[in-house]
Ligand binder design. Structure first.
Ligand SMILES: Cc1ncc(COP(=O)(O)O)c(C=O)c1O
Ligand SMILES: Nc1c(O)cccc1C(=O)C[C@H](N)C(=O)O
Length: 412
């Protein structure tokens, strides 16, 4: 029996443990359905008030005293602790700071320092560009040798020479949303004496992740996507405690010094993951992220995962039933455990079709060459919204709206 609108509305009644959290977020623009949590997650409703409080009490009034009297310097650890459960880490092992690209660089270099004299980085050839660029930059400076991975099935061959220091893997592909098996990859990496470095940008805050449970070594990921930290939010980094004090950090700064305000001439790394902090934290951005952190402290990761699965499976079923025969097909794996935050479709005219959808109030994104990405946020999207979105998609496909010259401009 095909899914009906009533079925979708009924599915919205499930998942009691997340009930009430949706209201903690701002509704967004009227008549607009947002499926772009893989770009910028929804805004917690109290983010503006929290930022305003920092502007008034912190900037206008406290100014420099803010560093002593407010918790600005504690936020990298506090925010990290709040998001730790959804990535399956211990609270004390996560820090929020810098960008994902910067953290990727920092932890690649840190892994190389831990693993000397090994100097091979294994990195996916066709991956989110910044991940590859970070490795290429280190190699270009003479700090490593690169070995490209064309497919996860080739990991044993890449590890076989026994010289690999670190394997950098994107947990979820940013185009087709394929999710790698973290436990299996980690076991292979560990058996070869190498370290794993995961980019969790397209899974953190969408699905339950078990960094500790799968014995991952290192991880990074974006704060502004499913974690809802706000546009340009700082990223997170995770270092397994067995490594945290094994070497100096790649970028030594005063915020990572053992005694920041002693202003000592010599560098001494702070204990634990605080050494991965570098410079002054972005206080306003942290205030926005703190609004999301307050929500994450209440989220049961398994309930989040179940809701993500329900939304994704519903979307796939609706697409199967309503959009067959238009040259559009599922690009993501069907099995939830193999799928990341978004559901991707393959369509020859993905970019103009995405623009047509946005124009009709369904915010999705496209990535070259042919991916059309739906990224519902598990804490805010509803099954009913998916029904409406797929009905609009069907209508646009029927009318071949993607041919409209208005939708041919490039867009991020
Ligand atoms: C997988 C992945 N890694 C890294 C990034 C870049 O993160 P940042 O801009 O914070 O460096 C993105 C998206 O922008 C991404 O999708
Ligand atoms: N981070 C972005 C940005 O600063 C500008 C435009 C887009 C983005 C994105 O998030 C891209 C995203 N990582 C992607 O998967 O395509």
């Amino acid at each position: 029996m095909p899914l009906t609108l009533a079925d979708c509305i009924a599915r919205d009644g499930g998942n009691a443990s997340l009930r009430g959290l949706r209201e903690r977020f701002a509704p967004g623009a009227p008549d607009t359905l947002y499926f772009d949590a893989n770009s910028i997650g929804p805004m917690p409703a109290d983010a503006p008030a929290r930022m305003q409080a920092v502007l008034q009490q912190g900037w206008a009034e406290a100014r420099r005293r803010g560093w002593n009297e407010l918790d600005w310097l504690e936020q990298p650890a506090k925010l990290g602790a709040a998001i730790a459960p959804v990535i399956g880490a211990q609270a004390e092992d996560v820090r929020v700071a810098d960008s994902t690209s910067i953290n990727q660089y920092k932890l690649l270099r840190f892994a190389l320092a831990l693993q000397a004299p090994r100097r091979v980085i294994v990195v996916q050839r066709d991956v989110f560009p910044s991940n590859r660029y970070a490795a290429e930059g280190i190699a270009q400076a003479g700090g490593a040798e690169l070995r490209f991975l064309d497919d996860i099935a080739a990991l044993p061959a890449a590890l076989a020479p026994g010289d690999v220091a670190v394997v950098a893997l994107s947990h979820v592909d940013y185009r087709d949303s394929t999710r790698l098996d973290m436990a299996s990859a980690n076991a292979q990496v560990r058996a070869a004496g190498a370290l794993s470095l995961w980019d969790l940008s397209h899974s953190a805050g969408a699905v339950a992740i078990a960094l500790r449970g799968t014995d991952s070594d290192l991880a990074v990921g974006c704060g502004y996507k499913y974690l809802c930290g706000g546009p340009g939010a700082p990223a997170f980094l995770y270092v397994h405690p067995r490594h945290a004090e094994g070497a100096w950090p790649a970028v030594c700064g005063w915020m990572g010094h053992a005694d920041t305000f002693a202003f000592e001439p010599d560098y001494r790394p702070a204990p634990g993951p605080d050494r991965f902090l570098v410079g002054t934290p972005p206080v306003l951005a942290q205030a926005a992220f703190a609004a999301a952190a307050a929500v994450w402290r209440e989220v049961d990761p398994q309930a989040l995962d179940a809701q993500h699965r329900s939304l994704g499976d519903t979307l796939i079923q609706l697409l199967d039933e309503q959009c067959a025969g238009f040259g559009i097909e599922l690009a993501s794996p069907r099995e939830h455990a193999r799928r990341g935050g978004h559901v991707a479709l393959r369509f020859a005219h993905a970019a103009p079709l995405a623009q047509a959808l946005v124009h009709h109030g369904v915010v999705v994104s496209a990535r070259k060459p042919e991916a059309l990405r739906f990224a519902p946020h598990p804490l805010t999207a509803t099954h009913e919204q998916l029904w409406t979105a797929v009905a609009r998609l069907r209508d646009l496909l029927q009318r071949e709206a993607w041919r409209d010259p208005r939708y041919q401009q490039a867009s991020v």
